[in-house]
Ligand binder design. Structure first.
Ligand code: ADP
Ligand code: MG
Length: 984
């Protein structure tokens, strides 16, 4: 896993690479975990199976396409807690008591007993509210992306039956799309990424039951075999159906078919799905461009070499596989017999899970041999490159044993040694450092935004100024143009006037001349008449002798007249030409006049256009101005809300920081207290140096340092050995010894044995409980009482023992010790024991009558944090049992807790700073409030306001909603609320 694509490079080895598979160790591994890097060049239609590169190496980390680094040499492991179902909600399984999730720290705490727990680290912790989308993103998205990059990948769900494996992987989300599981989401992502005309996605769906593989798409075909290519080591399953999927619809149809077939096949085999593994195999074949092809493509684009390249378009196909495995229930591996499951089946489930675990460990441990051949499941999964394991756990205390098993399985794979626990200290320092850094970042971001805002405002102002300048400029230019036009008009008018007056002058001249010529015309007419008269006279004179002279005279006169006439005619002709000219001039004047008119109308039009433009410009300016003001307004509002939001966020961070500091203070106090405990134990040890089982083993495993724990583990082994050699009876008889030293060691050994669940019944059967109670009764010594009470508390974890403790008068004894003892250690043990007894439905009356509740409350006098936590736990347990009994109709009286006077203490501690105490008290309050018989006392003591506060502020959603429901359903509470509203 986590292999670099560069097989020879060694430069990428990070300091963490000690856990990674190294190249030198691999050669003996012929079928290693393969990364398929060499694409197959194939010009035919069917792409051949790609050749897997033989055992590959992980040098450094490989970053996938999202840029995230893969987690180097091991499986990514997530734990998902199933949401509670209706029944579990009803019983309000107080899950928090035994598993605690810390998603932000990626840690999980398993409670061993009342005061001891172990913490485990994982890659992600998904709480009951985590959505399917978040689960997909946290566990599967990276694997799917690396499959799309050409590597094989697997996603496996492990957990007990009913813990949500199939929901996580296989939910089809038909009713509610947000519930789609990993299978559907993975196929959707794959289909979105590929190109549907060039690439193919095929799916096979197999079931592995008792080492035989069946095809879930064609259920008649069983005994599918796994074939292995001797050369490449590539795995295939040639007889299984592989269906091509093209779209979301075909994916859903295919998964539905598989689901239906799985059900009917198992019905026929008289088994159920939880006893077999279901494996979805997705094969993605993607055509990719090699370097040569890219060059060809570039050439093609350039238009050259078209001829040469024709027919050479080879397809390059890269193929990768994704395995999604819904494992058989982890509980099926060992619970055979009592649930009617065949021994054979359990053996095979166990075989597959063990083989799978071994392979994973071998890969993580850098082993030269990886036992892939041990089972069909591990053979199938062996060429996975990127892998993710989702451990599903159930929320009910009934799941305790299986949950612990699953968590340890996950831890083994996380490659922490089995049983290695994290040092339990909440890393407030780094958290507060982180918060401080976040705060700084936010402040810097805020500042940056403010800066950006001022810049934007300045920029806007600049633009407004610019626009105004432009407007002014435009206005000026418009004015100038108008002025120019007016002068031009004046000039044209002047010219026009001048032309007209000139023409008029010319006209009058012509008219004069015309008049003159008309006069000349009249003279010519007179001449003609005179000529005729002359002709008549000359005719008359022809016969007259003296006429001759006259004629000559007249002839002369005529010539004279003719000459005159000729000149007159010439004059007339000239005048006619002139007239013509004048007429032409008149015409020209008319033309000029019309031209002038045209020019005038053109100018008018232009003026109109200019004024329209001006109007538009004005309008635009107004528009601009309003836009600018709008924009400015918007920007201010936006930035104001942003600043407001940032401020709120800052305030919240500050509050969180304060809260953390407060908690840190409390933790520090606790640390002080613990070190006090430690010193006490140490002193005690120093008194007893010579005995092999003595001293260092604090009876209640109070010391939490890992060094001490190791010593304790070593000594537990010694004690177990001793237990075997000496025998329980003998050890118990030492409890009655006269020798104080012997007695004290004996009681410590018994207390230690009682801490192991497996011994508790044996100790009680051998009479150990009576002896311990006797010791508690008779001993004055604080150490005796403390250790004996611790042992009784351990025994009180078991339901049968709880009843025995009661019948042997244990509660009276514990109550007496509670009232007498002063030592905080002793009180803590006694409170722990009573708290355990409070969790038993059958013991309620006897606990109250025996003074258990009052004793529990009395111990609050110490004000010691751990004692208070135990008291609160006991009260919550008691309230829970009461409320369950009332819900089932087995009880109808007022709460014994109220009768025993617990309410004032509960209410006064409901807002305590200790989150542990508060959590228990809030739960107790909710339970008490559920029953009308308690309501009046509850209201009188002020519990109603606490309930309202819980319904608003409690950190647990389920308790908040329980409180809300109780508030609305109780008539007494409703009446009280109305009364308060009415009164002024
Ligand atoms: P498994 O496959 O491990 O046996 P299932 O997936 O069948 O368990 O879950 C058991 C029941 O719990 C189913 O009814 C399922 O719908 C429900 N369930 C499981 N996980 C969730 C969850 N996260 N949210 C809501 N219901 C769930
Ligand atoms: Mg299932």
């Amino acid at each position: 896993m986590a292999m670099s694509s560069d097989r020879t490079s060694t430069s990428g080895i990070s300091p963490r690479s000690a856990t990674m598979v190294r190249v030198e160790k691999i050669p003996s591994l012929t079928t290693g975990i393969n990364k398929q890097t060499s694409p197959v060049i194939n010009s035919g239609a069917a792409p051949p199976r790609p050749k897997a590169v033989s055992p590959t190496i992980s040098h450094g980390k490989r970053a996938n396409r999202s840029g995230k680094e893969s987690n180097g040499g091991r499986i990514r492991i997530a734990v998902r807690l199933r949401a509670r179902n209706a029944e579990e909600l009803l019983n309000d399984a107080d899950f928090g008591d035994y598993v605690e999730l810390m998603p932000e720290l990626r840690r999980l705490r398993l409670r061993k007993n009342s005061w001891d727990y172990e913490t485990y680290q994982f890659d992600s912790i998904l709480s009951e509210t985590a959505s399917q989308k978040r689960v997909y993103e946290a566990t599967a998205k990276d694997v799917v992306e690396s499959v799309l990059d050409g590597y094989n990948g697997m996603i496996v769900a492990y957990g007990q039956t009913g813990s949500g494996k199939t929901y996580t992987l296989g939910n089809l989300g038909e009713q509610d799309a947000s519930e789609r599981g990993i299978m559907v989401r993975a196929l959707e992502d794959i289909l979105t990424d590929i190109s549907t005309d060039k690439d193919t996605v095929t799916v096979s769906y197999l079931q592995l039951y008792m080492e035989s593989i069946r095809d879930l798409l064609v259920p008649e075909s069983e005994n599918i075999t796994i074939a292995e290519d001797a050369k490449t080591g590539d795995i295939s399953w040639p007889r299984a159906t592989s269906a091509e999927v093209k779209d979301q619809k075909s994916v859903i149809e295919l998964l539905q078919t598989g689901e239906t077939n799985r059900f009917s096949v198992n019905k026929k085999l008289k088994t159920d799905a939880s006893r077999s593994h279901a494996i979805l195999l997705v094969t993605v074949r993607k055509s990719i461009q090699t370097k040569a092809e890219r060059q060809q493509a570039t050439l093609n684009e350039n238009g050259s070499s078209m001829q040469i390249l024709k027919g050479q378009n080879a397809a390059t196909v890269r193929s990768s596989k994704l395995f999604i495995v819904d494992l058989a229930g982890s509980d099926r591996a060992d619970k055979f017999g009592n649930e009617g499951i065949m021994l054979e089946e359990a053996k095979f489930v166990n075989l597959s899970l063990t083989a799978l675990g071994k392979c994973v460990n071998a890969v993580a441990e850098n082993s030269t041999h990886i036992p892939f051949k041990d089972s069909n499941l591990s053979r199938l999964l062996r060429d996975s490159f990127e892998a993710s394991l989702i451990i599903t756990i159930g929320p009910s205390p009934q799941h305790r044993a299986e949950t612990t098993k699953a968590i340890l399985f996950g831890q083994k794979i996380m490659k922490l040694e089995n049983g290695t626990k994290l040092k339990e200290e909440f890393d407030y320092k780094s958290l507060s450092k982180k918060l401080a850094t976040d705060l700084d970042k936010l402040i810097a971001e805020n500042e940056k935004q403010e800066k950006m805002m001022t810049e934007a405002q300045e920029e806007m102002q600049r633009k407004v100024d610019e626009a105004q300048l432009l407007m002014m400029d435009a206005e000026k230019r418009l004015k100038l143009a108008l002025q120019g036009m007016a002068t031009e008009m004046d000039r044209l008018n002047e010219e026009h006037k001048a032309t007209i007056s000139k023409l008029e002058e010319e006209c009058s001249q012509l008219e004069n001349e015309l008049k003159k010529s008309r006069e000349t015309h009249d003279t010519i007419k007179e001449l003609a008449i005179a000529e005729k008269e002359i002709q008549i006279r000359s005719e008359r004179l022809r016969n007259q002798k003296d006429v001759k002279e006259c004629i000559e005279r007249y002839q002369h006169e005529v010539t004279e007249m003719t000459r005159k006439f000729e000149s007159e005619r010439l004059q007339k002709e000239k005048l006619q030409v002139r007239l013509q000219e004048i007429e032409d001039g008149m015409k020209k004047r008319d033309k000029l006049k019309s031209e002038n008119q045209e020019q005038l109308s053109r100018l008018a039009k232009q003026m109109e256009k200019e004024s329209r433009l001006r109007e538009e410009a004005e309008k635009e300016l107004v528009n601009w101005k309003s836009q600018v003001s709008l924009l400015a307004k918007e920007e201010t509002v936006k930035s104001e809300t942003e600043v407001e939001l940032l401020k709120q966020e800052l305030e919240e961070h500050r509050k969180q920081k304060e809260m953390l500091e407060k908690e840190m203070k409390i933790l520090k106090q606790k640390m002080l207290h613990l070190s006090y405990d430690h010193d006490e134990t140490r002193k005690f040890l120093d008194r007893e140096p010579e005995r092999p089982w003595s001293g260092k083993e604090s009876p209640m495993s109070m010391n939490r340092s890992s060094h001490m724990r190791e010593t304790i583990n070593g000594q537990r082994a010694t004690i177990a050995k001793l237990f075997e050699q000496v025998g329980l009876q003998k050890i118990l008889s030492l409890l009655e010894s006269d020798d104080v030293d012997v007695r004290i060691h004996a009681v410590k050994v018994v207390a230690n044995l009682a801490a192991e669940e497996g011994n508790q019944e044996k100790i009680v059967q051998a009479g150990g409980l009576s002896s311990l109670l006797r010791l508690l009764q008779n001993s004055e010594d604080e150490i005796f009482r403390s250790v004996a009470a611790g042992a009784v508390a351990n025994l009180a974890m078991n339901e049968t023992n709880q009843e025995l403790i009661m019948t042997q008068g244990g509660i009276e004894l514990l109550a007496r010790t509670a009232n007498e003892a002063e030592d905080a250690q002793t009180l803590r043990m006694v409170a722990g024991a009573i708290a355990n007894l409070c969790g038993n439905d059958k013991l309620q009356w006897r606990l109250s009558e025996g003074g258990g509740i009052r004793a529990l409350l009395g111990m609050a006098r110490t004000q010691h944090g751990d004692v208070l936590a135990q008291i609160a736990r006991g009260i919550a347990n008691f309230a829970k049992c009461e409320s369950r009994a009332a819900a089932q109709g087995q009880r109808n009286g007022k709460s014994l807790l109220i009768k025993d006077g617990a309410l004032p203490w509960i209410i006064s501690n409901a807002t305590t700073d200790s989150s542990q105490v508060r959590r228990h008290i809030e739960l107790a309050l909710c339970h008490l409030a559920q029953h009308e018989v308690n309501a009046k006392d509850f209201v009188d003591a002020g519990g109603l306001w606490e309930l309202i506060r819980i319904s608003r502020e409690c950190s647990r959603e389920d308790i908040r909603s329980l409180a809300r429901r109780t508030l609305t359903s109780s008539p007494t509470f409703q009446a009280e609320l109305r009364r308060v509203q009415r009164s002024p």
